[in-house]
Design a protein around this ligand. Sequence first.
Ligand SMILES: [Zn+2]
Length: 380
Amino acid sequence: MEEHLTADFEEACFLVDLSNVVRRQDLGEPGLRSLRRLALVVDAAVALARDPDVKLYLVADRSLRLGGRHEFTDPADVRLLAKWVRTGLVEEVGDADERVLELCEMTGIPVITGDRYRGAREDFPFLQGNTDDFLEPVPGPGGTVRLVPLDMEVASPAQISRKSEEDVLKKQGLLDPRRRPRSEVVLRNWRCPDRRCTAYDTRKGSLVLLPRMHRGVPTCEQHGLELVDDGPRTATAQVKLLVDGRVKARFTLEDGSTVRIGRAPGDGGIALHGLLPGDLAARVSRGHVELRVAGGAVRAKDVSSFGTRWRATAGKSGPGPWHDLPQDASRDLRAGDELELTEGVVLVRSARRFPAELAQEWQRRTPPSGEEPEAVTRMY
Ligand SMILES: [Zn+2]
């Protein structure tokens, strides 16, 4: 199971509210707490994402491990949890709800949970009426688990305040006059006052971390310093390359850019020839598909010789039917939508709104295009 856990947002497909999953007595087996339920959720996530290497980012309350160890059916679970916390595979915090919601709002990575977070609606207005960001594990056939989209509905003020009262102690000390909405935090660039620190800098390094909120203020994880506002953040879109169902590369595109993707699309394009086995590369056109990013939306157009197929999100209700991608017009490519360049070569638009990878980073790491591998003899 460990190979499916990650401490790196860049890799994570799902966030998991671990305490909620471990305590779900309708899943898997009887008993108050069991990690076996997480294993079933991992299987469900593999099936849903159709990615055998799918990675999950786990967040847990400290009380899961320390506050009720006798409640675990298998005492070995407690030792395993402790190891995962030590090695960073579980982020253990005082209030997992708040951290899970903070991460979801910042990254757009969907959360696996059965919790409706009614008491958190004032702090996290994006919860109200949300049908996109939450997946609930429910019992499936033969002792399996399925993940189904969770409709968070609009909680009434009465429901919110009743639940908030229970959470009021948790929140004490967290409110601060400088506190900003997280949705605002993620739309800005941030810089650590320590001059050597590049963790959040969008002009240095290749990755940018999401600020950790400390008492409502974006804070450097490494130096504990308040981050400095560094101007508005440009929207980006991320596309994943899947080869035979496995993620082979990710490309982050800058807002306002038009990019061709293909075997060898030339200057400014994303060349796939080095990433595909020869037989597959030969079936991809030099320039195969064109993506245009504007205002956070992505439009896709076929520019190939033999066509590109498109289908709607494979995310929550399973993939839709394949359609031909038009050549004379472009169509909307939404999060989770797939483009098939040839059988076994698929581009997927990532749900990530703000990927950790800097925009156009691929331009710095892809070898210069134009050089064709020997094996490719067919020209389109
Ligand atoms: Zn720093």
